[in-house]
Write a new protein. Structure first.
Length: 326
């Protein structure tokens, strides 16, 4: 018996066409095209729900939260769900869904790097692959998945690593979970890290600042003035920062603003190794929290959900210090 799969459309390049002289822009035909897509009808019973039709840079965290609520509500009547999304913020949406969705049914995000007006468009193949993964019996209880270019990746690990190639989505260092082959869906491994932070609200006043050579504390000062609940610092290497930002970091900590340290590198954990001023050990002794191996954007998403669930800074800090990933 064919599985019943819900396709939720949000917009993005996968739903766009070139319209001279405006360039590649959204169009209104995508959802209807999916309803009549013959290859989909062959592999599953398909329903299509148009959640939005916007470029993914317009997808903000509150939109992600509403999408999660929609999926949890609608998936009760389906075996799985596929979300079509723009590529620019897909990894952030996928990770928020991974954290807060209550369902254990397969939820798959997919996208396209090329619009439907371009040669070699990748959208149709990615959609078919995503629906096949959503309908596979062994796709449940794996967290939210991202299917692109016949590869299956974990929402927690996947990043967009290229601005234009069709194989832009990868899981650096850790690697893919499985593949979409013509005859079957193959999983090679299962992620051991599936974190759940069930919440109906989020806190969006979380900032992200990337370290660069010679920087000063002006962006941290701006975050303090804006009343940020937390600041994610993308540090160098193992978790080290220029000493020129230390006074601003100390000021933020004195105002009970959480400072979370991650690395601006794509792979590897931050650790308290270096004891010089600005080194990871020095920062930890100041009260900075070392933020495992998440990217900066994903740590920001994680903090939004934690503050939405736990509300106060002390509770969030205790969670971060005591959770098994830290």
């Amino acid at each position: 018996m064919k599985k019943k799969i819900l396709i939720v459309t949000t917009g993005g390049t996968i739903a766009m066409k070139h319209n001279s002289p405006f360039g590649v822009i959204p169009n209104d035909e995508f959802a209807e095209h999916l309803r009549s897509f013959p290859q989909l009808k062959e592999i599953a019973v398909i329903d299509v729900y148009e959640f939005s039709n916007i470029p993914s840079p317009f997808v903000d965290p509150n939109t992600m939260l509403e999408l999660a609520k929609t999926i949890d509500n609608k998936i009760k009547d389906y075996d799985g769900a596929v979300i079509t999304h723009g590529t620019d913020t897909l990894e952030e949406t996928a990770y928020m869904l991974d954290l807060i969705l209550k369902t254990n049914k397969p939820v798959i995000l997919t996208a396209a790097m090329r619009s439907s007006s371009e040669l070699g468009l990748d959208g149709p193949r990615n959609i078919v692959g995503a629906v096949r993964v959503a309908g596979a019996d062994h796709s449940s209880n794996r967290g939210v998945l991202v299917v692109m270019d016949d590869e299956i990746n974990s929402a927690r690990d996947v990043v967009k690593a290229d601005s234009s190639k069709t194989d832009a989505f990868i899981s650096p260092s850790l690697g893919l979970l499985g593949i979409v082959d013509p005859d079957k869906i193959i999983f090679y491994r299962k992620s051991e890290v599936i974190e759940k932070i069930h919440t109906d609200s989020i806190e969006t006043n979380i900032d992200l600042i990337k370290c660069c050579s010679g920087m000063d504390g002006r962006y941290i000062e701006a975050s303090i003035q804006h009343g940020a609940k937390a600041i994610v610092i993308e540090a160098f290497g193992r978790g080290n920062v220029p000493k020129t930002i230390l006074p601003s970091l100390e000021k933020a900590l004195s105002k009970n603003i959480l400072i979370i340290l991650v690395s601006r590198t794509y792979t590897g954990r931050v650790l308290p190794e270096y004891g010089y001023k600005g080194g990871g050990l020095y920062l930890q002794n100041m009260g900075v929290i070392l933020g495992i191996d998440l990217t900066g954007p994903k740590m920001r998403i994680r903090l939004m959900t934690l503050f939405g669930k736990l509300y106060n800074t002390t509770a969030v800090k205790n969670y971060l210090l005591n959770h098994k990933e830290n």
